[in-house]
Design a protein around this ligand. Structure first.
Ligand SMILES: Nc1ncnc2c1ncn2[C@@H]1O[C@H](COP(=O)(O)OP(=O)(O)OP(=O)(O)O)[C@@H](O)[C@H]1O
Ligand SMILES: [Mg+2]
Length: 158
């Protein structure tokens, strides 16, 4: 597993914008971590990197926000307030998960059974120095993405 510590909110946001330069249509990022860890900030960084011009708000009450003004569509979800995973079907989640945009889900572990076969898992933890990001790629595509993002040879970490 590759871990990165970001010392400031700006650093975390920058990492998100770097990630946005590497993502492709259909990519899926699963974010986890405590309340206030930085999941929304990471998404805001990605939106910046994609060139999204709208403001990225925390989607807690709406579950899904769709932003179409960037290089790729960005589907931002926060599933914290789902009553049950089945609600995802009512939201038509598959259109997003398997669509042409990039999907970012906060609290993704809540809908673990619905996650695609391949995705990038990212866990954000609060540490004394700032935030520690742990990347868990599911699939070759995401191993390569992390290698490009971090400059690390992922095979060494298997
Ligand atoms: N090193 C750091 N990296 C990222 N965020 C930091 C850091 N230090 C402090 N913060 C602060 O932590 C907060 C992260 O908030 P954010 O809304 O992104 O969290 P979240 O994981 O989305 O929370 P929630 O579970 O409530 O949706 C921001 O207010 C940010 O300024
Ligand atoms: Mg959030």
């Amino acid at each position: 597993m590759i871990k990165i510590v970001t010392k400031t909110p700006q650093e975390l946001e920058y990492l998100g914008s770097r990630m946005a330069e590497l993502v492709a249509p259909g990519d899926f990022i699963a974010l986890d971590g405590d309340l206030g860890a930085g999941k929304t900030l990471m998404t805001q960084g990605m939106a910046k990197g994609l060139g999204v011009t709208e403001e990225i708000v925390s989607p807690t009450f709406t579950i899904i926000h769709e932003y179409e003004t960037g290089r790729l569509p960005l589907y931002h979800m926060d599933v914290y307030r789902l009553k049950q995973p089945e609600e995802m079907y009512d939201l038509g989640y598959e259109e997003y998960f398997y669509g042409e945009g990039v999907t970012v889900v906060e609290w993704a572990q809540i809908i673990e059974p619905l996650l695609p076969d391949e995705y990038l898992g990212m866990e954000i933890s609060v540490v004394p120095e700032g935030r520690e990001l742990s990347f868990v790629p599911h699939g070759d595509r995401y191993e390569r993405l992390i290698e490009e993002l971090t400059g690390c040879d992922y095979s060494k970490y298997r």
